[in-house]
Design a protein around this ligand. Structure first.
Ligand code: NAD
Length: 343
């Protein structure tokens, strides 16, 4: 197959691209606008592959998208390009509505005009809202209840995808996945942020009391699940993907502190890195708990995660320790942006 991957230079998209090149025979066309969240380094390991092409383009630009579809004639689309950071969506929701809703609409229209065999839309468990501690996990029929501008924009895009399936017979697939972690995760997100700040002995901000619960999945397991769905899923179906690894944010941050202490050596002060944890005002509308029931994808497509959270997190911390070349320029750039914003 020729697979067009939008957002293929981002965190999850690049893991999908690496998986497609390293573990399948498919051809890959990356379409990415190269926003702040994209990096060349994330696909460096497969850059020499003759099966990989790159097109710079904005998914909201209908003319550019039809040009790209005409040039490459992809068989399937895996649509990951999005604005993805909840805090940014609270500060500036417009970009989220534009990219996630209008961009998905534009991609659906381009895919429909090109007559693709499959349109796989990659979404999040956040569209289902927030769970209480004892509530059953989200399943495919859980009603939508998004509560942040990010999750509302993703819910909107999911609805468009379903409507294009029903109305125009576009062969669509949707996956809703829990929180990912792993290599090439942008340093503004919880796990890389805490790892890098802990390494430098900087304060570690935790929202509220840190009792919010997330279900963590290694990005390579997510990429494998997505490729399984695009190859073998049934058009019109939705699949939930999760890691069976529910942890409170505080548990995650404490574990990261212990791993950095162990793998990078103690702080100069001799104190344990857990002493760097500070509790800050909670994020507005902060969802309490996400959990995924992934029985369907496991039963119907035979996928299940290969990484446990304990080994996956340890390997991820080691990856950040070994790959400062990738994250340090991003951190510098973010620091400059923050100074600019404060002016
Ligand atoms: P990311 O922010 O790391 O990457 C997004 C990519 O999309 C970047 O390469 C960026 O340049 C590109 N992009 C953004 N706007 C674009 C535009 N207008 N045109 C073309 N390209 C554009 O995001 P991610 O964490 O890799 O998430 C990928 C997808 O997976 C998103 O749709 C997200 O909603 C979904 N998802 C993420 C998680 C998670 O834990 N990160 C969990 C479940 C689902």
């Amino acid at each position: 197959m020729k697979v067009l991957v939008t957002g293929g230079k981002g965190f999850i998209g690049s893991a999908v691209v690496r998986h497609l090149i390293q573990h399948t025979e498919h051809e890959v066309v990356i379409v990415d606008a190269m926003t702040y969240a994209a990096t060349e380094g994330s696909t460096q390991s497969v850059a020499e592959s003759p099966r990989l092409r790159f097109e710079r383009g904005d998914i909201c630009d209908a003319g550019r998208m039809s040009e790209i579809f005409a040039a490459h004639a992809p068989d399937v689309v895996m649509h990951l390009a999005a604005e993805s950071h909840v805090d940014r969506s609270i500060d500036g929701p417009a970009a989220f509505i534009h990219t996630n809703v209008i961009g998905t609409f534009t991609m659906l229209e381009a895919a429909r005009a090109a007559g693709v065999e499959r349109f796989h839309h990659i979404s999040t468990d956040e569209v289902f809202g927030s769970l209480g501690v004892d509530d059953p996990a989200f399943h495919e029929a859980t009603p939508y209840d998004p509560r942040s501008p990010y999750s509302a924009s993703k819910a909107g895009s999911d609805h468009l995808v379903r409507a294009w399936g029903e109305t125009y017979d576009l062969p669509v697939l949707i996956t809703n996945c829990s929180n990912n972690y792993g290599p090439f995760h942008f340093p503004e997100k919880l796990i890389p942020l805490v790892t890098i700040r802990a390494l430098h002995g900087e304060p570690l901000p935790v929202y509220g009391t840190g009792d919010n619960i997330r279900d963590w999945l290694h990005v390579e397991d997510h990429a494998a699940a997505l490729v399984t769905v695009v190859e073998s899923g049934i058009a019109g179906e939705t699949y939930n993907i999760g890691g069976k690894a529910e942890r409170t944010n505080l548990e995650v941050v404490e574990t990261l502190c212990d791993l950095v202490d162990e793998l990078a050596g103690p702080l100069d002060s001799g104190e344990q890195r857990r002493s760097l944890i500070t509790f800050v005002a909670d994020r507005p509308g902060h969802d309490h708990r996400y959990a995924i029931d992934q029985t369907k994808i496991q039963r119907e497509l035979g996928w299940e995660p290969q990484h446990t959270f304990d080994t996956g997190l340890r390997n991820t911390v080691q990856w950040y320790l070994d790959n400062e070349w990738w994250w340090e320029p991003l951190r510098q750039r973010q620091a400059t942006e923050r100074v600019g914003l404060n002016k």
